[in-house]
Write a protein of this length. Structure first.
Lengths: 387, 370, 387, 370
């Protein structure tokens, strides 16, 4: 390893040792510990606030973004070292947000200098919390079928329509949304990527209750919402689909990697307890658990191998859709097995097993359904013909 | 033995039940019950009883309609289709079948729908009557019952409970009791069940049981329980088969209506083949369910294979149907505002209750020499 | 039951008792005992010959065909009684043939009086053995893509092309084949249902070896075969597809019912032996065997239920495609489980387990693939839309 | 530990192996061998040995190329792709790995490709070394071996055989011997194996074994065998992974070429989704196979979990691939003239050899605390 990188590792390790509040070390990552930021944010503790501010000052909320927007300006290798050292120190992520994961990359790729200057510093500082408005009741897998429309009223857009599955819309300050700006253009055209303040009159949200219970998802309604034209659209007018497509890749990686929960957290044997005690000698459950364990381990190795492939520069391309497909189906199997192993005991909401079981059913729907993933693999990877 | 298709009488019963339930207990009624925290609607149960459903398995001499197990299965199927909640399985099927063989004088109350029964068998997370540990300690002319029963369907709302307890060693050491739930020392804790029905944990602490409370013979508990258990398993299989029909009809409707990529999603061949495969499983299960009812009616002593076959198949098919149902509905199927999740939750409860897939498949395999 | 039917039962039971040679009673049904008939047929025994002749004389080789063609003229109910009594007596079928199963029904439905008079008596007597020529290398599931062509040469057709999967073509006297008589018509049109003598110059056959070993299947080649026009075509010229479609139903029922072998013959436990001894405590194999047993029993009941439905007049229609699909997939599972239970022992051809295992893979291909069956169910039964 | 992707050296080895095998041992060569009743082509094996394949796991001091287990796996994968038959697994992998740990002086003959070895472990229809019953009766300074070994790969053509026999009670009572197959009292019966390779039954009748013939320690047979067994299981998993790639490439080619109903059959979505699912299984298995090789190279003492994982996955994926392959090819895939059946038969043999799915899945489950 070059000296420069070794120096960086030493420097960042020291910085973390000095700045990371003890109270935050080795905390589990969950809704109670994550820092989302935004106007309405209430810090869980002084330590959480301190950690965000210190990291932001050092450019570590968005380590690879340019320094001028509050980023760290780090290289790919430096970022990897930073992550290693953060993990080693048991440090939590100082800030999570859809601004970091999605809007930021979109602005860096498609934004005007003014848009970047306006929004990126707010994101890196955790002052503005964004949410994503893509899906609509009639536009699920077929995301391009956007019906929410923005009419050109001269100095502003008049937005009307409904979004669904907007995570944390009720807690967000602003939304980046796909809206139809040309009703006559073919489906994928005529869509623009628009930035809207959630406090604008006419914007309202309603939380969605899932079959598994409360959820972060909302419906978001736009009722004659006036959006000033200045800086409202990211990328070219009517070419919002290009921006969305670019970002879909990001989202897919997030869900594919995150939902499995196979490497982290409890192992299957911890989740189901002693099989002999619980499910007796039932060969059906036993066989299913064995098969799941085999497939889970091999899938973990596959995520590792794909990371190796990406890092070796070979690239994985559309084959990543396979990871999304396999990982989510695996998680559904895992939850089914936990439920059947734990038997009647698991049927009480209070046991806390039913909610994750039911929630897992959405894994193969959100972020591109399993069916869409299989379509991508067959068409883009296997290059099977369309007729 | 009658054929596996509905007889004319059965067809009429099915049509009548469907008409009544669509009118009085559609899935929206289940939602109302759930939101009100009510496991079932007593008024609905009174109406069912008036139509003779509570006495479907009870002889005419006790005021029953004596229609038989296939008829009971048809009623359970129709209730499953709309997720109609009622004490039907616990009282009209399990208790009625048990008491009929035992010759109880409480049959007429069950037929009237006024006596609500629960069955308390399991003590662990899996159905295993032979592993019963609950103590029935001899005292005077009777017994004292102590121990815990879990996953007792209708256990919080029942007036009486059939409880299996250990009065001696081994399989011959189990005795079945018929106990008033108000008796001293008996407490229940309602579970927060995912299917929003009444399941409870029952704690017995030195509960008194006299010789009169014994159903069948002392030490003959498994034999006394068998008719009711088999009848319940068959009717539960029928309910699951109806549930499967319900969610599948909903899913097929959605496939024909929902458009994505400018096409009806039901036109996508990958979904078509999965729907066709599900149809095949449904048809195969329907045969096993109808057969179980027929065998219970005509050769009850040889019914275990048929009943276990039906319960095993119905469990697996319902699981497939609800999983495909939610997946094919996409995001909307995941919302609580939509009904699909109700079917998924009830299917899971039905999968465990009275023996899961592995329990019944093992019985089938053993009886077939595997 | 009406007296008339009771009388018939008594009469036929007596007839069987008098005429069935003892040597044939209770024989297993297999290639060594089946009587196929035809010009080249060599009877396995005098008893086989006697039984065929006596049955033919009584009209029992084709019980429901009209008496004038050598049939029995029986009603549906009488035929059922006949079958019951034959089963009760352990009597073998006197004659099996594609003439009885397929060509006969086609001629009865579509044939001219002359065609019926010429061919049906030869079939009922077992004097002519027919084979079926539908499939071609390029026309498998897509049967309508027939390329074998018959050119109109005035007094005869000139036939050129190739058929495949013609069962027993090397042993048959004549073939009923789909040939293209109009090359300009759309696919399903322009096909005729033609009768060709296998001894005509230019017809040749070649047996097909399967992955499981020798098979009754052949390739059949037509090289400038001259077919006299008189009576050559069944049904309307260029409308052979209607005839074929009518017969496909018959074939499907044959394969769906026959291939499973679930009710007859050895049970699974007999086939795999004592699971504890052979496969040890392997929960995977045990679970698979349990699941197969459950599904097999339920499938047997389903065949029974469908028969009940058909007999009660409710009709099963296209849902019978489900039986073909499920039964053949079940048989493949069964063979897989037998192979894995028997382990290395089953890997020697000499053990006789590998051939039926490999042969079972064709079950879901022949007589309409599983994919075609699922298409039929989804379109015709579930009425799912085509776009 | 190296990453799970091929290193540059490994990539070159793979390219070279593929080029050689496509040229010298395509599937048509396997057909020629089979039709000639020949389990493998000795000339081809000589060429492989000359390229260093026979010595891939043997140190340079014994004339080997010492390329390691991942490299051996890459060779096995490529051989699996074209069904190239050779004594590679028995001699160059299993025997070489066993003898290397034991420090045998026969390593150089193995590296040259001149010593052909077989491994005789199983005595029943399932792989179970610990159930070994073959008797090793002490006599003088040595032993007398009596009993039967079945499913011995390359058992009819081998010069020497590694045989596990019982010299005492329990797991500590097994001893591994290295025996000349020409020794008196040893007879073989060639099986008519469905994969047309050399599998034999070996009958031992008072076969003499001296102390020199013992591999490792007396009573330490399982330990002596472990390195070879693990290496063989990993390489067999790799072969199955290559076989899977071979049949899948053939199937994808057919899907893109075959037309039915005026469409390329690969355009039917139901087939597309099945092909995509198969692709996912293939990728997941490929990771487990690569990982097993890496762990054998870097932490051999901890390799069992990785090896069993690879063998279990490779077995299941190969089964899926050959079944989908034959079904998607339709009738043509069923004919002996077509190659698909060869893959199906070899996959079945590979599924059983050195432990089936259940055997290895049980090891994985046990090691993971299930």
């Amino acid at each position: 390893m070059p000296d420069r990188l070794e120096d960086f590792r030493k420097e960042i390790a020291e910085w973390i040792a000095e700045n990371l509040p003890d109270a935050l070390r080795g905390q589990p990552r969950n809704e109670d510990t994550i820092c989302w930021g935004g106007r309405k944010w209430e810090f869980r503790s002084q330590a959480q606030k301190d950690w965000l501010e210190r990291c932001h000052a050092r450019g570590l909320t968005c380590p690879r973004w340019p320094v001028e927007y509050g980023g760290g300006g780090l290289s790919r290798n430096e970022e990897k070292i930073l992550r290693d050292e953060m993990d080693r120190a048991g440090a939590p992520s100082p800030l999570d947000s859809f601004g970091i994961w999605m809007l930021g990359p979109a602005l860096l790729q498609f934004g005007t200098p003014e848009q970047k200057a306006e929004h990126l510093p707010e994101i890196t500082a955790g002052r503005i919390r964004w949410c994503q408005g893509y899906s609509e009741p009639g536009a699920g897998s077929d995301l391009a079928n956007v019906q929410t429309r923005a009419e050109d009223m001269g100095d502003h857009w008049l937005v009307n329509g409904q979004k669904i599955w907007t995570s944390y819309a009720d807690k967000a300050d602003k939304i980046f949304a796909l809206v139809r700006t040309d009703r006559d253009a073919p489906k994928h055209l005529g869509i623009s990527f628009m930035l809207i303040d959630m406090e604008t009159p006419g914007v309202s949200t309603r939380p969605i209750r899932l079959i598994s219970g409360a959820s972060p998802f909302c419906e978001t309604f736009f009722d004659n919402v006036k959006v000033p034209k200045e800086g409202a659209i990211v990328g070219e007018m009517n070419r919002g689909w290009d921006v969305a497509k670019y970002l879909l890749t990001h989202e897919r990686e997030m869900i594919g990697g995150g939902s499995g929960g196979l490497t982290s957290g409890a192992t299957l044997s911890e989740m189901i307890g002693d099989m002999d005690m619980v499910a007796g000698a039932d060969p059906v459950i036993r066989a299913q658990a064995m098969e799941l364990e085999v497939d889970s381990l091999a899938f973990c190795l596959t995520m590792e191998r794909y990371k190796d492939m990406a890092e070796s520069g070979a690239g994985v391309g559309h084959a990543s859709a396979m990871l999304k497909y396999y990982g989510t189906e695996l998680n559904k199997r895992r939850q089914e097995i936990i439920m059947s192993t734990r038997g009647s005991e698991a049927l009480d909401w209070g046991e806390g097993l039913a909610a994750p079981w039911l929630r897992s059913k959405a894994n193969s729907i959100e972020g591109g359904t399993s069916e869409v993933m299989l379509d991508i693999v067959s068409k883009r990877v296997l290059e099977l013909p369309s007729k | 033995m009658e054929r596996l298709v509905d007889t004319e009488d059965e067809g009429m019963l099915r049509d009548a039940a469907r008409g009544f339930l669509d009118e009085n207990a559609p899935v929206s009624a289940f939602r109302t019950n759930r939101d009100a925290g009510r496991a079932f609607d007593p008024g609905l149960w009174r109406e069912m009883a008036q139509m003779g459903w509570a006495g479907v398995l009870i002889g005419e001499d006790h005021g029953g309609a004596d229609m038989g197990h296939r008829a009971a299965g048809i009623l359970a199927e129709e209730m499953g289709r709309t997720l109609a909640a009622s004490p039907f399985l616990s009282s009209a099927v399990i208790a009625a079948s048990t008491m009929r063989v035992a010759g109880s004088d409480r049959l007429s109350q069950i037929a009237e729908g006024t006596a609500l029964y629960a069955l308390a068998v399991d003590e662990g997370p899996k159905h295993a009557p032979d592993l019963t540990a609950m103590e029935a300690r001899p005292e005077g002319n009777g017994f004292r019952l102590s121990g815990r029963k879990v996953f007792v369907a209708d256990g919080a709302s029942a007036d009486r409970v059939l409880v299996l307890a250990r009065s001696g060693e081994g399989e011959e050491g189990l005795t079945l009791f018929d106990i008033d739930t108000a008796r001293a020392g008996l407490a229940h804790t309602a579970a927060d069940s995912i299917d929003a029905r009444d399941f409870a944990t029952l704690d017995f602490e030195n509960v008194e049981a006299t010789g009169e409370d014994v159903v069948g013979e002392v030490g003959g508990g498994l034999a006394a329980l068998a008719p009711g258990l088999r009848a319940g398993q068959a009717a539960l299989a029928a309910e699951l088969s109806g549930l499967t029909a319900g969610i599948s009809a909903m899913t097929l409707g959605y496939l024909k209506e929902r458009k994505q990529f400018d096409r009806t999603i039901g036109s996508f061949q990958a979904l078509q083949h999965r729907a066709a495969h599900l149809f095949a499983e449904i048809e195969v299960t329907a045969s096993a369910v109808a057969h179980a009812g027929r065998v219970l009616d005509h050769e009850p002593e040889r019914a275990q294979l048929a009943v276990s076959l039906a319960k095993a198949r119905a469990t697996q098919t319902a699981k497939l149907a609800v999983m495909e149902g939610v997946q094919m509905h996409g995001g909307i199927g995941m919302t609580d505002d939509y009904d699909a999740g109700f079917f998924m939750k009830r299917a899971r409860v039905g999968a465990e209750w009275l023996g899961d897939y592995g329990h019944h498949a093992a019985i089938v395999a053993a009886m077939r020499g595997l």
